[in-house]
Design a protein around this ligand. Structure first.
Ligand code: HEM
Length: 146
């Protein structure tokens, strides 16, 4: 091997080594909030406890008097889990259509949000994660409150 070929090889090896140090390893898939909270079983528990709280909440339970609760439960699991990064896919109505004509006011929306926060607190979810969940749901407010 000529000297110049040898030095090119050394240079190439050095360059590869440098790149290996400079370029980060391909990032592992970031952990979703869904995973962090414990995945499916915890998410289902959140929705079940939340629905129980809503049904017991005289400020808003009359809205759900004629609701198809098993279907609502299924839809909520898919909507909330999907929003938190879980594999579920929500196939229900968009929020505007789903709540059209129900006369949901700001106080009712706040009461429901409060029931969710209490549910999450009771399950030991940290305040930082609760805020993240509320932030994910907040944009739906304008389509739900009339
Ligand atoms: C961020 C807040 C909310 C979310 C994410 C949410 C989500 C949903 C979803 C996914 C459905 C099912 C749609 C479908 O059937 O395709 C639904 C229906 C419904 N929601 Fe909400 N909702 C919210 C706030 C509220 C509030 C504040 C009330 C009343 C106080 C309410 C009352 C209802 C009722 C009565 C139904 C119909 C249930 C039925 O007829 O079976 N929702 N909601």
């Amino acid at each position: 091997m000529t000297m110049s070929k040898f030095s090119s090889l050394v240079l190439a090896a050095a360059a590869a080594a440098t790149l290996a140090v400079v370029l980060p390893a391909p990032a592992a898939k970031a952990e979703t909030l869904y995973d962090k909270l414990g995945g499916g079983p915890v998410a289902v528990k959140v929705i079940d406890d939340f629905l129980a709280n809503v049904v017991a909440d005289d400020r808003i339970n009359f809205y759900f008097a004629h609701a198809d609760v098993p279907k609502l439960r299924e839809n909520l699991i898919n909507l909330v889990c999907g929003a938190l990064g879980g594999p579920q896919v929500y196939t229900g109505k968009d929020m505007k259509t789903a709540h059209e004509g129900m006369g949901i006011d700001q106080a009712a929306f706040n009461a429901l949000a409060e029931d969710l926060v209490i549910t999450l607190e009771n399950l030991g979810v940290g305040w930082h994660d609760i805020r993240t969940i509320l932030t994910l749901l907040a944009p739906m407010e304008r389509d739900i409150v009339s």
